[in-house]
Design a protein around this ligand. Structure first.
Ligand SMILES: [Zn+2]
Length: 193
């Protein structure tokens, strides 16, 4: 198996890595467009039904995260969503390079996502355990919880974020001077939650 030599990912399943690589390709596309590099794919019946990336700068809309972009595509597609149902994502799995934020984690729960796999933690806004466990530990009287598993291409997910943040973000309202910043390459260990 191609990933056998990666001792950091002993329990990582190759099929999930395959989909996560597709999500990472979307993160690369985001980076190429000067967006915070987060990408995702939604998989149903063993194939990708939607792929998306962060577009918050392009659309000047802080809610345009990769996950919500993809969800909009899925719900607007008559073949993927023939009719309104309570949980349109109940047979759909999300692969996203960064832990979904609280906003996206909540939307995913309300739409009944089957399961989530992600790369690295989102220390500031993470909604699958890092800041708040919107996926499961937050009790809800109606919407079922979903499992969210970290650690798929985690190092790559961290490094692509760093590559973005060491570069001048010309889309920021007040661009910061980052000329003194260097690209760190050491990856901190994951804190189990
Ligand atoms: Zn989000």
């Amino acid at each position: 198996m191609e990933d056998e030599d990666n001792n950091d990912q002993m329990s990582i399943t190759p099929i999930h890595l395959k989909w996560m690589r597709e999500a990472m390709a979307m993160a690369e596309e985001a980076l190429a467009h000067s967006e915070v590099p987060v990408g995702c794919v939604f998989v149903r019946k063993n194939s990708i039904i939607a792929r998306a990336r962060n577009r918050t700068n392009e659309l000047r809309n802080a809610s345009r995260h990769a996950e919500l972009e993809a969800i909009d595509l899925i719900l607007a597609d008559k073949e993927l969503t023939p009719e309104p149902t309570r949980y349109p994502l109940e047979d759909t799995v999300l692969y996203v390079t960064v832990e979904p934020c609280i906003m996206c984690a909540c939307a995913l729960r309300q739409l009944g996502i089957k399961e989530v796999f992600y790369g690295c933690e989102n220390d500031k806004f993470g909604g699958c355990g890092s800041v708040l466990g919107v996926n499961a530990s937050v009790k809800h009287p109606v919407h079922p919880s979903y499992q969210a598993t970290a650690g798929y291409l985690r190092d790559e997910a961290i490094m692509i974020l760093r590559r973005f943040y060491v570069t001048e973000n010309t889309n920021a309202p007040v661009p910061k001077q980052k000329t003194s910043r260097v690209l760190k390459t050491e990856i901190p260990p994951r804190i189990q939650t």
